[in-house]
Each structure stands twice: as structure tokens, then as C-alpha cells.
Design a protein around this ligand. Structure first.
Ligand code: MLT
Length: 263
């Protein structure tokens, strides 16, 4: 079911009486990133996904975003759906949002699933790359930016394997609004570092990373596993940065096993 809640496009699948899971997508994608997981899990879980402000079907507004606005959006979705102790699952930018929202209100959640993400904030090089991205969008548009950014997110073998699916993703992202995509880049550049929170996390955390992830390589998440008390880390064979789309069979099994053990 699709609904507009707090001005965002929210998608729900499954029985609302079941344990809820909220899926937060990465950049510059939309909720469709999770379609394999939602298909696999919605028989037993109430699955909620949404399009982050400025991306997918959610409104762009003025494009002036902060990570705090993204976390407030997520809290409002939880409140609007009266979700009790959802599992929060985020990939990359979705993981930045998940970590920050858990840092602010950990008691809202029963577990975290963090895919291809990190707790560190942008260093100077990363900030300069964001600035280059914004310049490229201003000069050449979102399509050119997406064509430069997205291939780097996938393992080469996944691009071949996904074929038309990959081309559809690229086409969809290429059509996102300039203000929305630039707003997300600025929000990520300005986010806080959540590393200090990791050692104090009380809920169980599942960490997943693609073997060939160039943006957040496995060693980054392995370090997180070393710090988070109740955590486990899995490397996804053959996948780059977008593990849920690149190797859904393995990702689904790991998530299902984690949920059964922790719920
Ligand atoms: C993402 O996948 O959400 C982005 O690559 C994150 C980032 O650019 O830091």
C-alpha cells in the first residue's frame, strides 16, 4: 500500500500485526532498492519503506536538507504508523540516518540492520567530492552525475547480471530533481559522526557489506563490529555497495536468520 505521511511517500507490505521492519534506502536511489527483501519478508513481518525527501516519489520542497531533518522524518513515520519497536534497516545514506536516529532515540527500536554504511562523518576529501558532485549537477544535470556515480556503487559482474534492472535504476535516478539530489549531498556532507555511539548500543546489530564495496569497504564495517557490543558482521560475495539488489538471496537469508534469532 502507498500512502503519503508527513509529506513523504511511504509503502507498506504485510500484516500490520506482525513485527515491523523499516527499510531506509541509499543515495541516489529510492525505496525500490529493497523490493527483494520486502518480497521475502512481508509474509512474516510488516515491512515499511519510504522515499527519502527529495528522492523517488517524495516531494523535494526547497532542497535545503540536513541529516537531522531526515531523522525527524523517520521518527514521524514511526509515530504516524504507531509502530512498536520496529527493526530499523538502512543502507549507506540510509545507514547514516539509521545510526543517527538510533543515537537520538534507541529505545524506539528492537534491532538495527546496517548495510554498506559507516559511522564516520565526511572528511575533507569526501566533502570536496560532494562539492564536485554539486558542481557537476549544476553544469551537466542529474543524469550525468548519476551516470558517473552509480556504476561505482555496483560490482561490475552485478551490472551485467542485473541487465535491464540496472538500466532501469540508472534511468530512474537520472530523472530525480536537481534540488533533491543536491540537498542530499549537502545533508550527507554536514552529518555528524556517530562513532562515539557504537560502543554503547544496547540493541542487536546486524552488519552487512558487499565483498567488492568500493564506497564503504568491508574493513570499515568489520571495525564497527569490533566496537558494537551485540553485533555480527557478514560479507556478501560478489556484491558491491548495493548488496540488497546485487546478491538478494544471500542478504535475505542473513536477515531472516538474524530476525529469527533476535526476535
Ligand atoms: C549511498 O549509497 O547512500 C551513498 O553512496 C552514500 C555516500 O555517498 O556517502
Amino acid at each position: 500500500m502507498t500512502a503519503i505521511k508527513n509529506n513523504l511517500s511511504v509503502f507498506s507490505n504485510g500484516d500490520p500485526a506482525n513485527q515491523p521492519i523499516i527499510f531506509v534506502h541509499g543515495f541516489p536511489f529510492d525505496h525500490n532498492m529493497w523490493h527483494n527483501q520486502i518480497n521475502a519478508l512481508s509474509g512474516n513481518y510488516f515491512c515499511l519503506s519510504y522515499d527519502i525527501r527529495g528522492l523517488g516519489d517524495s516531494p523535494v520542497g526547497d532542497g535545503q536538507y540536513t541529516m537531522e531533518m531526515f531523522t525527524d522524518d523517520l521518527i514521524k513515520i514511526i509515530e504516524a504508523h504507531k509502530l512498536k519497536k520496529p527493526v530499523l534497516c538502512g543502507l549507506s545514506m540510509g545507514g547514516y540516518i539509521a545510526l543517527r536516529v538510533a543515537e537520538k532515540k534507541e529505545s524506539l527500536f528492537s534491532a538495527l540492520i546496517l548495510c554498506d554504511t559507516k559511522s564516520g562523518a565526511d572528511n575533507n576529501d569526501a566533502k570536496l567530492k560532494r562539492a564536485e558532485g554539486i558542481k557537476s549537477i549544476n553544469e551537466a544535470g542529474v543524469k550525468t552525475f548519476a551516470e558517473g556515480f552509480i556504476p561505482n556503487c555496483f560490482a561490475e559482474e552485478s551490472i551485467k547480471k542485473l541487465g535491464d534492472g540496472y538500466r532501469q535504476i540508472l534511468q530512474k535516478s537520472s530523472g530525480f530533481s536537481q534540488a533533491g539530489v543536491k540537498g542530499c549531498l549537502l545533508a550527507m556532507a554536514g552529518r555528524t559522526d556517530t562513532t562515539g555511539f557504537l560502543s554503547g548500543i544496547k540493541i542487536p546489530v546486524l552488519l552487512i557489506c558487499g565483498e567488492k564495496d568500493k564506497l564503504t569497504p568491508p574493513h570499515v564495517m568489520e571495525e564497527m563490529e569490533g566496537i558494537i557490543p551485540d553485533s555480527e558482521f557478514h560479507i556478501i560475495p560478489g556484491a558491491g555497495h548495493v548488496t540488497p539488489l546485487e546478491n538478494p538471496a544471500v542478504v535475505n537469508k542473513i536477515i531472516k536468520d538474524f530476525l529469527v534469532r533476535k526476535h
